[in-house]
Design a protein around this ligand. Structure first.
Ligand code: ASP
Length: 313
């Protein structure tokens, strides 16, 4: 798969630093192959036989955790899942000691979700094993961005020259940050949109990224419109006057979608607050690719694990 790629193969997927466009493209191409495996009557290949993948989730998850565990199993890995709430962390054990214990059981790779930015980097350092960041605080969620990019590419055949509008709670969203890092690398333009209190100006310096507080301006010319969840668990106070006021202006609904390109698709990383950041008619309507995103998550995560674990010394 990577024979003709000239850039060095990164050991981890913590964010997109060190991931070249050609390597990212190969990863998405390989997700096509994984989707073919998932369409077969027997959805299993031996690629990771003999390897053990640990999913270490220090924060809640449905889609990401289930799809990573299935992805690893579909490729014949053994999977051990570590849930912070049920572990000795609740007795005060440190992240470092926890990782040392897991590594002593001969875990070959980690998939890590944590509420603190940088936690996946620490697991990489403590374990010495390949690590996939499955979401660290509000910093990065690279596999979500990859499955978003893959879903848009599947729809339009390319990302080159496309515009993706991301509307909602950008401030607290690792999904927005990872998409803002990834999509321009693959040739797409990103417009980030939300109320001023939820739109950090610092993101405007990223190449290929623009910011606006006006949702109609954001979606004009967009080929994909992604709604972001209001991350109330990461908000202290004072970001919004009221949920209703927020929904009146920023909800991704039919009226907003009409301002986008005629074939524009609607995305949401989930979990959705229906009829807050996205209307049910858009979420369940013909433009929605939200279920497709979930489906693609498994193939993309298979491709990521394959890329990090197969063919290495
Ligand atoms: N599931 C995504 C995440 O973990 C988005 C969200 O929670 O709103 O970041």
């Amino acid at each position: 798969m990577t024979a003709s790629i000239t850039s060095a193969r990164p050991r981890h997927l913590l964010d997109f630093q060190g991931w070249s466009r050609e390597r990212l493209t190969a990863l998405l191409d390989n997700a096509d192959t994984m989707n073919q495996v998932l369409d077969r009557p027997v959805r299993k290949v031996p690629a990771l036989q003999g390897l053990t993948v640990c999913t270490a989730f220090f924060e809640n998850s449905t889609r990401t955790r289930v799809s990573f565990e299935l992805a690893a199993r579909r490729m014949s890995a053994d999977v051990v899942s570590f849930a912070a709430g049920a572990s000795s962390l609740s007795k005060g054990e440190s992240l470092r000691d926890t990782v040392e214990v897991l590594t002593a059981y001969k875990v070959d790779a980690y998939v890590v979700r944590h509420h603190a930015a940088g936690a996946a980097h620490l697991v990489a350092r403590y374990s010495g094993k390949p690590v996939v960041n499955a979401g660290d605080g509000r910093r990065a969620h690279p596999t979500q961005a990859l499955l978003d990019a893959y879903t848009v590419r599947q729809e339009f055949g390319t990302l080159e020259g496309l515009t993706v509008a991301i509307v909602g709670d950008v401030r607290h969203s690792r999904v927005a940050r990872s998409n803002a890092e990834l999509l321009p690398k693959l040739g797409a333009r990103v417009v980030l949109c939300g109320p001023a209190t939820l739109l950090p100006e610092g993101l405007a310096h990223l190449p290929g990224v623009t910011l606006t507080t006006d949702p109609r301006e954001a979606v004009r010319g967009a080929h994909a419109v992604m709604a972001l969840r209001l991350q109330q668990e990461r908000m202290d106070a004072g970001y919004l006057a009221s949920l209703q006021e927020y929904a009146d202006t920023y909800q991704v609904n039919e009226s907003l979608m009409r301002e986008a390109e005629s074939g524009a698709i609607a995305l949401h990383p989930g979990p959705m607050n229906r009829d807050v950041e996205i209307s049910s008619d858009v979420a369940d309507g013909p433009r929605s690719r939200i279920v497709r995103q979930v489906e693609n998550g498994q193939a993309v995560r298979m491709s990521v694990l394959y890329h990090l674990l197969v063919g290495r010394e």
